[in-house]
Design a protein around this ligand. Structure first.
Ligand SMILES: [Zn+2]
Length: 207
């Protein structure tokens, strides 16, 4: 039986090259934290650790926003913080804040507050199931904010994840993954690597 070929990613060539060159988008044979196997792995910090790349990606997102006024950019710690700051940089009057996990729940600390009626943009590095984005959405909604949208670096759901505001992704593609016993790369005898195992990377637990 012929083995199933890994799907190509639905990302335009320029972005794909940029993401591959900075090391954010890796192709190979990976064991994800979930235990599933994939031919791609995305580590947003390879892009976000370079201010020129992070700000360039943020600028390209904000070009889609038709001069929306943003008062606050809210991100979930830790992965979203740098990206949220880059997004906030596009809105000169905005304030960049983040929520951090306390007893498992994303919470505003450090005196961060969102006034009722504030126009909020959410920011997250990688979206897979969108759990953290939904949590920050509810933080802003509970504060009485108007949520203008969510800016993400990479949407691994390829647009499948939806919420009650527009999602603006720098790159978006469904990244296929398989249970090990169904993995075409295992069948082809390709060695696996475990991304993030050498680092305490924020991507752990997300992909
Ligand atoms: Zn495999």
């Amino acid at each position: 039986m012929p083995s199933q070929q890994p799907l190509e990613l639905d990302i335009d060539e320029d972005k794909r090259e940029l993401l591959a060159n900075c090391g954010a988008l890796c192709s190979g044979h990976f064991t994800l934290t979930s235990g599933r196997h994939s031919s791609y792995y995305f580590q947003a910090m390879r892009l976000l650790e370079k201010p020129v790349l992070a700000l360039g990606a943020a600028e390209s997102i904000c070009e889609q926003l038709n001069d929306e006024q943003i008062d606050y950019v809210l991100s979930p710690a830790v992965g979203g913080i740098t990206w949220g700051f880059a997004i906030a940089q596009q809105f000169p009057k905005s304030t960049s804040i983040f929520a951090e996990r306390i007893d498992g729940k994303l919470t505003l600390r450090r005196g961060f507050q969102i006034p009722s009626g504030a126009r909020v943009m959410l920011a997250e590095d990688v979206v897979t199931t969108g759990g953290s984005l939904l949590e920050v959405y509810h933080i802003a909604a509970n504060a009485g904010a108007k949520i203008i949208g969510a800016a993400v670096v990479f949407d691994r759901s390829g647009g499948e994840f939806r919420m009650d505001c527009p999602i603006h992704a720098f790159a978006s593609s469904r990244i296929p993954s398989w249970e090990p016993n169904e993995c075409p790369l295992c069948r082809a005898g390709v060695d696996t690597e475990t991304p993030g195992s050498r680092h305490l990377g924020s991507a752990k637990g997300k992909q």
